[in-house]
Write a protein that binds this ligand. Structure first.
Ligand code: AMP
Ligand code: ZN
Length: 115
């Protein structure tokens, strides 16, 4: 998508600190980290939000979760733990309309909203 900041990151038009990349998935550091480890994991295919996933896209969610689990091991945060968040739409405060998973870790994270 032309004006999508994450598509520009994928194309290398905007710099990012990549931590993982393959043909379909990219992971890079969030520019405004909310925790010592704050990584965004995105599909390279432009998908606006969770609600825009088509049947053939759900395989990407599996791949994203595998990337997150591998990163957790690489970054040695399996024991301390981590949080995965996806904001979808206005009430969740989704700012970038390119599906992304936040991976947060490296400190005791703030209050849970659910649970
Ligand atoms: P959300 O509120 O879930 O849409 O999250 C968007 C996230 O993208 C925020 O945490 C921003 O800090 C992050 N972000 C926006 N622009 C960039 C960028 N150029 N590089 C890295 N992260 C970004
Ligand atoms: Zn995009």
């Amino acid at each position: 998508m032309e004006d999508c900041v994450f598509c520009k990151i994928i194309k290398g038009e905007i710099p990012s600190e990549k931590v993982y990349e393959d043909e379909e998935i990219l992971a890079f550091k969030d520019i405004n980290p909310a925790a010592p480890i704050h990584i965004l994991v995105i599909p390279k295919k432009h998908i606006n939000s969770l609600l825009d996933l088509k049947d053939e896209d759900f395989i990407l969610i599996e791949k994203i979760q595998k990337v997150i689990n591998n990163l957790a091991k690489q970054l040695k945060i399996e024991d301390e733990g981590f949080r995965v968040i996806v904001n979808c739409g206005k009430d969740a405060g989704q700012e970038v309309m390119h599906l992304h998973y936040h991976l947060l870790a490296g400190k005791k994270l703030g209050e849970k909203i659910v649970g």
